[in-house]
Design a protein around this ligand. Structure first.
Ligand SMILES: [Zn+2]
Length: 455
């Protein structure tokens, strides 16, 4: 694999492990999957040289929570959160999910992954918990196929639900699996796809959908399997179910999970907006991470997650786009801006200082790497993965903003795709086109797969 030499970068966000710093007017050289050097006056005969004048180079974004299959239910007035109760919404959306075919999962994944890559995401974790019986068990396999087609670094969260509605869940029978089925398929895809090594492009996360919709045994066996295989654990926590769990089990969700050891440095939870200070302290003590998804907060009207409190306690914070059922875009760069704006609103209501904008770029990069248990992605330095994106700032919308590259995305926001996205040393998106695939054929395939929901 030959390298790429980015010449005369206007700014590179570099981090040697001691915090991000901005280097101006430097070159960046990759070799194979990794960054080889970042400094002035590099030369590398044989490398593909690119003029990066005016480019700001950022570490690739790491999306830690999504539901790609929901991409096929976007922008529908009949599913508008603001007009429906949760129960009404669930009663409308599950019959739609139950019609999805294996092809739908493949093409909805390509759709979400494409938008993520265009907006600087280089690693994504998808929480795929929807397994309609008629669609079969090869849905995660097709997601790995989609990720490989686009060149995305992909962590597959193998989700699932086991508790029937008759015992208190919200999941129709058509979508349920037994614990044995769920665990067996987790084990199958770990053995088939999980690559634990440095610069791995494929990993598996054991991710039962949420405790409120699973038998306790499902959660307990998930812990045992993940620890046995050395993979990360994930589930939904603190998104409105804590009192339901307390009434059912005598414990709120965090205590329920901690008692079964579904917590630790190898575990992260999505959302966590309703956690108490004591529960956040427990997360910090156990090392359990959080995927904060800011955009559903606007739509669902949930309380604003107290991110500064998590940060102050030392909870590992990352960012997720979340599924398109509660956020109609798959744009993590947009979520950095949203998360920052949301926390500014919350801080001003509390009379607290506004958080530093650059912190939100950290959540979406180093925070994501930490959540996924990786030390080879999330920051730019020699020896780290060559996962990065470029913004050509020589445009009118950036006039007056270029003095602070660290705050540009959180504070100003970026309203367009990147000029280049590189993953594992490969340029996968450049100058408005994918380098390995024809966007028109992706588009036509996805529209055709989607059409089954229109009949
Ligand atoms: Zn979710």
């Amino acid at each position: 694999m030959t390298g790429v030499l980015l010449k005369n970068c206007a700014a590179v966000i570099v981090d040697h492990g001691n915090g991000a710093e901005v280097l101006r007017d430097v070159d960046l050289l990759t070799e194979g999957p990794a960054i080889q050097a970042i400094r002035s006056n590099l030369s590398a005969p044989g490398a593909t040289a690119k003029d990066a004048s005016g480019w700001f180079i950022y570490p690739g974004l790491v999306n830690t929570h999504h539901h790609f299959f929901q991409t096929f239910v976007r922008n529908r007035a009949d599913l508008d959160w603001t007009k429906l109760s949760l129960i009404e919404w669930l009663d409308l959306i599950y019959p739609i999910f139950s019609r999805l075919t294996e092809d739908c999962f493949y093409h909805s994944s390509l759709t979400a992954m494409s938008e993520l890559i265009k907006h600087g995401c280089t690693t994504a974790m998808d929480h795929q918990y929807c397994f309609p019986r008629h669609a079969g068990k090869r849905l995660i396999d097709r997601q790995f196929e989609a990720a490989e087609r686009l060149g995305l670094r992909f962590h597959a969260g193998r989700g699932g639900n086991t508790l029937p509605k008759s015992e208190g869940s919200t999941i129709p029978d058509e979508m349920l699996e037994t614990t044995d089925e769920f665990i067996a398929d987790c084990e199958r895809i770990i053995d088939a796809y999980h690559e634990p090594g440095r610069f791995s492009m494929r990993q598996v996360v054991v991710a039962p959908c949420q405790p409120v919709n699973c038998y306790k045994d499902t959660m307990v066996q998930s812990v045992a399997l993940a620890r046995d295989k050395g993979v990360v654990l994930h589930t939904h926590v603190g998104e409105g179910e804590s009192l339901v769990m307390e009434a059912r089990t005598g414990q709120r969700t965090v205590a329920y999970l901690e008692n079964m050891d579904f917590a630790g440095n190898d575990t992260f939870y999505a959302h966590c907006w309703e956690l108490t200070q004591d529960e956040l302290t427990s997360l910090a003590a156990s090392g359990t991470g959080v995927s904060h998804c800011p955009e559903p907060v606007y739509l669902v009207g949930a309380e604003i997650t107290d991110i500064p409190a998590m940060d102050a306690l030392g909870v590992r914070v990352s960012l997720g786009a979340d599924g398109a059922a509660s956020n109609d875009n798959s744009n993590l760069m947009h979520c950095i801006h949203s998360a920052y704006m949301l926390q500014c609103l919350a801080a001003s209501k509390r009379n607290d200082p506004v958080p530093a904008p650059a912190t939100f770029l950290d959540y979406a990069t180093k925070g994501g790497a930490s959540a996924l248990g990786r030390d080879d992605i999330g920051r730019l330095a020699p020896g780290m993965a060559a996962d990065l994106f470029a913004i050509d700032t020589r445009r009118m919308e950036y006039v007056g903003t270029r003095h602070d590259p660290l705050s540009l995305i959180p504070k100003v926001g970026i309203g367009r795709p990147t000029d280049m996205t590189m993953i594992n040393g490969q340029i996968v998106w450049e100058s408005g086109a994918f380098t390995n695939v024809d966007e028109d054929s992706l588009f036509r395939g996805a529209e055709q797969a989607l059409s089954i929901l229109e009949t």
